[in-house]
Design a protein around this ligand. Structure first.
Ligand code: PGA
Length: 254
C-alpha cells in the first residue's frame, strides 16, 4: 500500500508570530506544487494564529506541539484540543521526548492527550523512541513495545488510521547523530509489527511512521526511501525556509 510521505517541522520554542509568518510566507513559494508530500509546521502556541493565516490557501498544514486532555478547567498553562481546532490547527504533536524528559509526560498522559485530540478531530503525531543507554543495553524493542501498548491503549483501528507515529531515537535529537537508514528501517519495521500485533495487519500497513532525529536535506531522501519510513519530524532543519524546503523536495518523489 502506498503511504503518503509526511514531513512535519517541529519549531519547538522558536519563532515569534512575525518570524513564523515570514518563514511560512517564504516556504510557501518554495514548496508550491509538492503535493505528493503532506507538509506540516508546528509553531509555539502564541505563533499559531499568525502561521495559520500565512498558510491559508497553500499546501502547508499547521500543527501544535502539545494538547491537553480536558476540554477546559483549572489546568494553568495548558491548551485544549477544542481551542486548537478553533484556531485552525489540524495536527498535534503528542509525547515528544522533550515533554517526556523535562515535563513529566508519561505513556498514560500521552494516551489521555491522544484520545482528546482524536475526539476533537485533530490528527495526532505521537512520538516514541528510546534513550541511548536503552539502545546500547539492547532494550530498544522492549521500550518501544511499552510506549506503543500504553500510549495506544483503548484505541480502535479506525483511530489508528488518523494517527501518525514519529519514531525519534532520543540520542539522535539535536545531536547531529542520525540513525543510519538501515538502523532506522529495522526499528520502523519493528514498530509496524508491534502495531499489527496490537491491532491487525491492515492497520499496521496503513499507519504512517515518521523518522525524527537530525534529519536534514541531505539525508532525507535516503531515509524516506526505506520501505517502512514514511516521512520525518524535523527540529533544527525546519527553522529556515531554504533548508526545510530542500528537505521536502528531497523527500518528494517529484
Ligand atoms: P532535530 O529534532 O531534527 O533537531 O534533531 C527532531 C525533534 O525533536 O523532533
Amino acid at each position: 500500500m502506498a503511504r503518503k510521505v509526511i514531513i512535519a517541522g517541529n519549531w519547538k520554542m522558536n519563532k515569534s508570530g512575525s518570524e513564523g509568518k515570514a518563514l511560512v510566507e517564504d516556504l510557501k513559494g518554495r514548496v508550491a506544487g509538492y503535493n505528493d508530500v503532506d507538509i506540516v509546521v508546528c509553531p509555539p502556541f502564541t505563533t499559531l494564529a499568525a502561521v495559520v493565516k500565512a498558510a491559508e490557501g497553500s499546501n502547508i498544514k499547521v500543527g501544535a506541539q502539545n494538547v491537553h486532555w480536558a476540554d477546559n478547567g483549572a489546568f494553568t498553562g495548558e491548551i485544549s484540543a477544542g481551542m486548537l481546532k478553533e484556531a485552525g490547527v489540524e495536527y498535534a504533536i503528542i509525547g515528544h521526548s522533550e515533554r517526556r524528559q523535562y515535563f513529566g509526560e508519561t505513556d498514560e498522559t500521552v494516551n489521555k492527550r491522544l484520545k482528546a485530540a482524536l475526539a476533537a478531530g485533530l490528527k495526532p503525531i505521537v512520538c516514541i523512541g528510546e534513550l541511548l543507554d536503552e539502545r546500547e543495553g539492547g532494550k530498544t524493542e522492549a521500550v518501544l513495545a511499552k510506549q506503543i501498548k500504553a500510549g495506544f491503549a483503548g484505541l480502535t483501528s479506525a483511530d489508528m488510521n488518523k494517527i501518525v507515529i514519529a519514531y525519534e531515537p532520543v540520542w539522535a535529537i539535536g545531536t547531529g547523530k542520525t540513525a543510519t537508514p538501515e538502523m532506522a528501517e529495522e526499528t520502523h519495521a519493528y514498530i509496524r509489527k508491534a502495531i499489527a500485533g496490537l491491532f491487525d495487519g491492515t492497520t499496521a500497513e496503513a499507519v504512517r511512521i515518521q523518522y525524527g532525529g537530525s534529519m536534514k536535506a541531505d539525508n532525507a531522501a535516503e531515509l524516506v526511501k526505506q520501505p517502512d519510513i514514511d516521512g520525518g519530524l524535523i527540529g533544527g532543519a525546519s527553522l529556515k525556509a531554504d533548508s526545510f524546503a530542500d528537505l521536502i523536495k528531497n523527500a518528494s518523489s517529484k
